[in-house]
Design a protein around this ligand. Structure first.
Ligand code: NAD
Length: 469
């Protein structure tokens, strides 16, 4: 039976870094090397200022780094040494060419796989950790087979990652489930067992699910599509709540008490963000189209359409409440990350909202406790357009606190649900005192007690709630 002693992870991002750091932490008998092409990213992983923010990540990395956990740009050496290689590279949505805007760009998967094929000098278990379209392992197999010999054999497993940013370390230490898919051949099942052995160092065996390769690949897309679908469902209901006087919190609570539904992921908001939900649904839509299943494609597409609609609806409400114009008005945006407890801004609702505010010639002041100003400028610039970053820097003020952002503002907009924006943590009386009157507050995250803030003097508008109810 194969015993894994040396692991390489290709891709030191939001998934590869935390996942393999926890693996090293829990498996002191396994050497783990995380590699990346980006020298800056690896230098940050080797420094005291890690490249990503996740609660608990520092402790795990600092405990193992230099013992059995290493970060390196020497991709070839790490591949050669390893018995098992996680491929945890980015799989973004294609920006141009056929399938642009929908299909996954698998160029990084292909180049990592080619590298494994070219430099390996012994047999390897190659594990898809990235989220990929169903049957990607088949393409990887073809690339690897072209370089296999009687001495060098490659097995491919699918082991998608279900961590959520913001709770990555908690999720990795105590996962709901670990999914490992393999070809149902003797060698595939032996490889699958070897990876099961790695995870059962700390994950109870009953939580490790083994399936065929294709079920595992599709399950990851399916899980994200269903999570996003729940958000779009409650957001669609939030529009009905605002128009009728039903309260979306009460509706979510009443529905969530049904044990068939459960209460999680029923929080209305300004819309989901993050690098995964939209990308993975579009991936499913594209896959359905390729499989000649247009009705299935349309069904999943609707989840993304609803998400875009929710953001637009929120902006329209802000403009109409502010007397149909926000020209030259100061809008304070609280939060820029796509959710709390992460510095990740990919597909954040804040980006769409702020671009709309800028288009309407508002003055925008932004405060986020974890996102770097440079990231905000980059996200608000139009890719490929010269000098847009300079233009953005002129139009947008990045602040050191919520108080600074709200000073002189006409409206405060809660976009990310950071705990520090709660009404028992932020001094909303102080915020109110500094604002231009009438002072408007729009809660896109159901974070504050509207009644309490109305008593201070704010004109409050909350997603899924009707002030007249
Ligand atoms: P990321 O962009 O943060 O990291 C990917 C890293 O891979 C980058 O640092 C890049 O430089 C590196 N890379 C690309 N090609 C390489 C190569 N050939 N050799 C070495 N390094 C290479 O991406 P991420 O958020 O970590 O996501 C990785 C995958 O995991 C994606 O498929 C994503 O859909 C999936 N996923 C992400 C999350 C999440 O919450 N971010 C959760 C589950 C699954």
């Amino acid at each position: 039976m194969t015993v894994v002693k040396n692991i390489c992870c290709i891709g030191a991002g939001y998934v590869g870094g935390p996942t393999c750091a926890v693996l090293a932490y829990k498996c002191p008998d396994i050497k783990v090397t995380i590699v990346d092409l980006s020298e800056a990213r690896i230098a940050a992983w080797n420094s005291s200022n890690l490249p990503i923010y996740e609660p608990g990540l520092d402790e795990v990395v600092f405990e193992c780094r230099g013992k059995n956990l290493f970060f390196s740009t020497n991709v070839d050496a790490a591949i050669q040494e390893a018995d098992l290689i996680f491929v945890s590279v980015n799989t973004p949505t294609k920006k141009s060419g056929m399938g642009a805007g929908m299909a996954a760009d698998l160029a990084y998967i292909e180049s990592a796989t080619r590298r494994i094929a070219e430099v390996s000098t012994s047999s390897k278990i190659v594990v898809e950790k990235s989220t990929v379209p169903c049957r990607t392992a088949q393409s990887m197999r073809t690339i690897l087979d072209a370089n296999s010999t009687s001495e060098i054999h490659f097995d491919i497993l699918s082991n998608p990652e279900f961590l959520a940013e913001g709770t990555a370390i908690k999720d990795l230490l105590n996962p709901d489930r670990v999914l490992i898919g393999a070809l149902q051949t003797e060698s595939g099942i032996e490889a699958q067992n070897a990876l099961v052995d790695v995870y059962t160092h700390w994950v109870p065996k009953e939580r490790v699910i083994t399936t065929n390769l294709w079920s595992s690949e599709l399950s990851k897309l399916a899980a994200n599509a269903m999570l996003a679908q729940r958000i779009s469902s409650i957001n669609a209901l939030s529009a009905i709540c605002e128009a009728t006087g039903a309260d979306v919190d009460e509706v979510a609570f009443a529905c969530g008490k049904d044990t068939r539904l459960g209460s999680k992921f029923l929080k209305a908001s300004v819309g989901f963000g993050g690098s995964c939900f939209q990308k993975d649904i579009l991936n499913l839509v594209y896959l359905s189209q390729q499989l000649n299943l247009p009705e299935v494609a349309d069904y999943w597409q609707q989840v993304v359409i609803m998400n875009e609609y929710q953001k637009k609806r929120f902006v329209r409400n802000i403009i109409s409440t502010l007397f149909n114009t926000i020209t030259n008005k100061k809008i304070a945006v609280l939060g820029f990350a796509f959710k709390k407890d992460t510095g990740d801004t990919r597909e954040s609702a804040a980006i769409t909202l702020i671009k709309d505010f800028m288009q309407e010639n508002a003055r925008v002041a932004i405060y986020d406790p974890k996102v770097e100003p440079q990231q905000i400028y980059m996200d608000l610039s139009e890719p490929g357009v010269v000098d847009t970053q300079k233009e953005v820097e002129k139009k947008v003020q990045i602040c050191q606190s919520a108080y600074e952002a709200a000073d002189g503002a006409d409206a405060v907009i809660i976009v990310t649900e950071w705990d520090e924006f709660r009404d028992d943590q932020l001094d909303y009386s102080k915020i109110y005192a500094g604002m231009h009157k009438p002072a408007f507050l729009f809660d896109g995250r159901l974070l504050i007690n509207a009644q309490k803030l109305r008593q201070i003097g704010f004109k409050v508008s909350v997603i899924g709630k009707n002030e007249l109810a």
